[in-house]
Write a protein that binds this ligand. Structure first.
Ligand SMILES: [Zn+2]
Length: 339
């Protein structure tokens, strides 16, 4: 994957139309057992700090390799299309797209969920759950040898530090932000999760989230996703997106931000190929080539919608008081009432 990523870096840096649209940054280099693993970001499109941003990340959990591969595949398509597609070039004059396809390169290369320090990056932030979390799975500080280890109290791991910095550098002044973090492993359905992880209470922009979800459902009535709060799955401590969201909202009370997680349900892959439970890829990834290709294909519709819904974001982000009140009632009924 690192080799493939570096190919995209070279592609983006070639003289030609791409150079005008794409900026590549090495955010840091993680040192692990005498090797060096870069974390690379691609920033595409508008340089206006207030413009809407789509922020895509993959490979936070190294073992869930399909997440990084999907991010890579979407990025590659985008770069290829940008060389000839005038409509897409036009789109990127008004929005910014940031990719960090592989947030945890050490975990990816070594088939571990955690980073090189044994820390689960998704549980490493200072945010504490205010309701009961599942034992261990909700995050633990007993030992890095056990799964879901959160790391030291109030110390962000290097991978999260650069993720946080890149986020605020590219989205910090934006009026409208959607982030999508690619994961796999939970359940049989593909889920789109929105906050919070630290509480089952509604998050601040759930009326906008409702408008966004409705728009997607009206545009693609036969879509495959289950759209629900993360807390429907389970609650956890230290979610890095809760942390980034709460900070963003404090600093930008007049902007709208939807932090989403795409959780690709992998149990269906296991059902079709039970032997993969014993493989190094484990239960988190499709094994067969055609199944991987299908995974790449099945999310293009969502990706296309995300780009266009940011370009036309007032359709869901600029709600007047009446629609906001209406959505509050409807969204509570849909997502929170049966608690
Ligand atoms: Zn994950």
């Amino acid at each position: 994957m690192l080799k493939d990523l570096l190919k995209l870096v070279r592609l983006a840096e070639q003289p030609g139309p791409l150079k005008e649209f794409v900026q590549v940054d090495t955010l840091t280099e993680i040192k692990y057992r005498n090797e060096v693993y870069p974390i690379v970001s691609f920033t595409i499109g508008s340089k206006n700090p207030e413009h809407p941003v789509l922020f895509i990340t993959g490979g936070v959990h190294g073992l869930e390799r399909i997440g990084a591969q999907l991010a890579w595949s979407l990025l590659k398509t985008t770069l290829d299309r940008l060389t000839w597609d005038i409509l897409l070039q036009e789109l990127f004059t008004k929005i910014r797209l940031v990719f960090i396809p592989l947030v945890n390169p050490v975990g990816y290369e070594h088939y571990t969920r955690s980073n090189g320090n044994g820390v689960d990056l998704m549980r490493n932030s200072p945010v504490k759950a205010i309701e009961k979390t599942p034992f261990l799975l909700g995050g633990q500080r007993y030992s890095s040898r056990l799964p879901w280890y959160q790391g030291q109290i109030d110390v962000l791991e290097e991978e999260n530090k650069v993720l946080y910095q890149k986020f605020f550098q590219s989205c910090g002044q934006s009026k409208c932000v959607v982030s999508v973090d690619f994961h796999s492993g939970f359940g049989v359905k593909d889920r789109l999760w929105f906050p919070y992880s630290y509480t089952a209470q509604p998050f601040h922009y759930f009326p906008e989230m409702y408008a966004f979800a409705r728009l997607f459902e009206q545009t693609h009535p036969y879509h495959i996703y289950k759209i629900e709060p993360q807390s429907e799955g389970y609650l956890l401590n230290g979610d890095i997106w809760d942390y980034i969201f709460l900070d963003f909202k404090n600093k930008n009370p007049n902007s709208v931000y939807l932090p989403l997680t795409l959780e690709m349900g992998s149990w269906v892959w296991v059902k079709k190929n039970p032997l993969q439970v014993f493989s190094r890829h484990g239960i988190f990834n499709p094994m067969k080539e055609h199944r991987m290709k299908r995974t790449y294909r099945r999310h293009h519709l969502l990706y296309d919608f995300l780009l266009k819904s940011l370009y036309s974001h007032p359709a869901w982000s600029d709600l007047d008081t009446k629609s906001r009140n209406h959505n509050t009632v409807a969204a509570t009924e849909r997502w929170y009432d049966n608690k």
